[in-house]
Design a protein around this ligand. Structure first.
Ligand code: ZN
Length: 266
């Protein structure tokens, strides 16, 4: 499997989900073994678990003085398209633009820009189960023949626990938008989060109903979004993972803890 980059620079622009700022990023092609990195105010921040500075409702990267928030949806799409080498120049704002709240626009514009480079992909083979837990959730990796991902969860007011799986078809998950329950909004606002959130870039859920007039894009869209988040967070290991990652009700914090454990295998 070859390393990949993009053939030309690509711009994404729009409101940041949490900051509410107008954000503009430019993705630039890079040569082999550069990795994915963010360029923030003249300094490079590698898209790696070692530079995660927050996992509170988004995965944020930083180096102490500079930060870029909510990298996970873009990271998931780069990972699923196999794009290993790219510089993401953060031109305006401090966040990856939310677009429609999913990975769809990143996918739509990046999929035709992918080019192979003359080097083999860096690969991490999962050889044993590595697992992290908290009181009510678990995330683990286990050996498999290729990269796979599973999310198990329930949707309060809609359905009990069920699972969604990524088994190679990127279109199964890139459309899935970020979501929030109406009764969680006050807490997010108190934390200064979701300032850019609206029905244009997020699904708002009530008890058994959806505020968005267009409804859900699939019955299990929120679970598929959690799967997108999981893949975007796992991408921060910086290698193609050959193994299956499974999350039972997990989120960004547990995903990050898994990478800290997994990094011992590097
Ligand atoms: Zn998300």
């Amino acid at each position: 499997m070859r390393q990949r980059t993009i053939k030309e620079s690509i711009v994404f622009e729009g409101v940041g989900l949490h900051t509410g700022e107008h954000c503009k990023i430019l993705l630039h092609p890079e040569k082999e073994n550069t990795g994915v990195r963010f360029l923030v105010k003249g300094k490079y921040i590698p898209a790696l678990y070692t530079h995660v500075v927050s996992t509170d409702h988004s995965t944020d990267l930083g180096d102490g003085s500079r930060e870029v928030k909510t990298v996970e949806h873009l990271m998931a799409v780069l990972y699923l398209l196999g794009i290993d080498n790219v510089t993401v120049e953060v031109q305006k704002g401090q966040e990856v633009p939310a677009m429609d709240g999913s990975g769809f626009y990143f996918y739509k514009h990046l999929k035709t820009a992918v080019v192979d480079l003359n080097a083999d992909k860096k690969v991490l083979y999962v050889k044993r189960i590595i697992r992290v837990d908290n009181c009510c959730a678990s995330v683990w990796v286990q050996p498999d023949e290729d990269f796979r991902a599973v999310y198990v969860g329930y949707l309060e007011g809609f359905f009990d626990e069920r699972s969604v799986e990524f088994d190679g078809n990127i279109r199964d998950i890139v459309f899935a938008r970020t979501f929030c329950y109406d009764h969680h909004l006050p807490l997010l606002r108190r934390k200064g989060l979701a300032r850019g959130g609206s029905l244009k870039n997020a699904v708002l859920l009530g008890k058994g109903f959806v505020y968005n007039r267009e409804g859900l894009r699939s019955e299990d869209e929120p679970l598929r979004h959690k799967l997108l988040d999981l893949i975007g967070d796992v991408a921060l290991i910086g290698r193609r993972l050959i193994g299956k990652v499974v999350s039972v009700r997990g989120g960004h914090t547990l995903n990050h803890q898994l990478l800290l454990e997994l990094s011992r295998c590097l």
